[in-house]
Design a protein around this ligand. Structure first.
Ligand code: PMP
Length: 361
């Protein structure tokens, strides 16, 4: 009986998503720099807002997220009707694939594209297509070359994870312009707050009918555990995505926390400011000890070692010092370690640990 029960085509091609490690055996409180979380945590106003609604947990939450959408729209200058909220931006990625890609359709992204693009494409029965990058950067020409009349969705994270690189607005505009009109361009702005002067692609969403922006509360807002993200898209697309969204996809606690977080603009601005300072110090320190790393536009740096063996040894050494970073092997970068920018004292620990590793190596 059981052998005749089969999942839909594509599902068994999905490898389980590997999140950043959070424990080291024998280390009670490791320094976790493996998931690009905000080391300062959420805004105290967000914590208070969540506590204030705990007693209402017997009530179903808002189905249309009107208050959160209004707050997002007010703070970021968006049209609230064109905002859709999800369980992390992961869920928005999932909705997009479910609604717009199916068997015979292609979903295009680049070599080091975020893992959910492949998972959601396969879950929808579509075919994931991977375009090459150039020097760990999204290559617009390669994407334009590989887009076909079967391409339904093109995903770009800008800044990208795990490379931390970023392509300029003019390239994004050229991509939006050059793609077939039958295909949506999704600008994944999970790290957009950390990139100076970047609007996450909002201006392209405003001017084109085929561009969608996704954003999250998981990174700069320090609410990864709350699972709230959103998409900003043309009205017609938001209306489609809302048809497949579960009516109560976000809890009342999540809605309250995210709304207070988005309104606490000082908190996020300060976190972004410290991140920029510390990112520069971490990058400079790594380079000084002979570890290559591209300029980062996010809240992490990608440290490039001589080869995979050295990256593995550095990873092991960091673990002995109680520090967990991410070895982005599954992203095809086995010679690298992705290190989240922590608090100043955390980054000093990382630099000291890698300094002793290089000294001993
Ligand atoms: N996009 C990118 C590029 C990411 O790195 C992540 C989180 N790792 C996400 C989207 C999804 O984040 P969330 O679901 O927490 O919003």
């Amino acid at each position: 009986m059981a052998t005749q029960i089969r999942p839909q085509p594509g599902i068994l091609d999905i490898a389980l998503y590997q999140g950043g490690q959070s424990e080291i055996e024998g280390q009670a409180e490791p320094l976790k720099l493996s998931s690009n979380e905000n080391p300062f945590g959420p805004s105290p106003a967000a914590v208070a807002a969540m506590q204030a609604v705990l007693g209402q947990a017997h009530r179903y939450p808002s189905t249309d997220h009107a208050a959160l959408r209004a707050a997002i729209a007010e703070v970021h200058g968006l049209d609230a009707d064109r905002v859709i909220c999800g369980v992390g931006s992961d869920e928005i990625i999932h909705f997009l694939c479910q609604a717009y890609a199916g068997p015979g359709d292609e979903v295009l992204y680049t070599t080091h594209g975020f893992g959910m693009y492949r998972i959601s494409a396969l879950a929808a029965g579509a075919t994931p297509i991977v375009a090459p990058e150039r020097d760990r950067m999204v290559d617009v020409d390669a994407l334009l070359e590989m887009a076909t009349d079967k391409t339904r969705l093109v995903f770009i994270a800008n800044p990208a994870n795990p490379t931390a690189t970023m392509i300029p607005m003019a390239d994004l505009a050229r991509l939006a312009e050059g793609l077939p009109e039958t295909c949506l361009l999704i600008l994944d702005g999970a790290y957009a707050e950390f990139a100076e002067g970047y609007d996450g692609g909002k201006s392209l969403v405003e001017t084109r009918e085929t561009v969608v922006m996704t954003r999250t509360f998981s990174k700069a807002y320090g609410l990864g555990g709350l699972r709230v993200g959103y998409g900003y898209a043309p009205q017609e697309i938001v209306d489609v995505l809302n048809r497949i969204r579960g009516p109560f996809n976000l809890s009342g606690i999540a809605l309250a926390g995210a709304e207070a977080a988005v309104r606490d603009t000082d908190w996020v601005a300060e976190c972004v400011r410290v991140n920029a300072e510390e990112r520069a110090r971490l990058t400079g320190g790594l380079r000084q000890m002979g570890i290559a790393c591209d300029d980062s536009h996010a809240n992490f740096v990608l440290a490039r070692f001589a080869d995979e063996a050295e990256a593995v040894a550095a990873d092991e050494h960091l673990k002995t010092q109680g520090i967990i970073v991410r070895h982005p092997r599954s992203y095809g970068l086995p010679e690298c370690l992705r290190i989240t920018v922590g608090r100043p004292e955390d980054n000093t620990r990382v630099l000291d640990a890698l300094g002793s590793f290089k000294g001993a190596a």
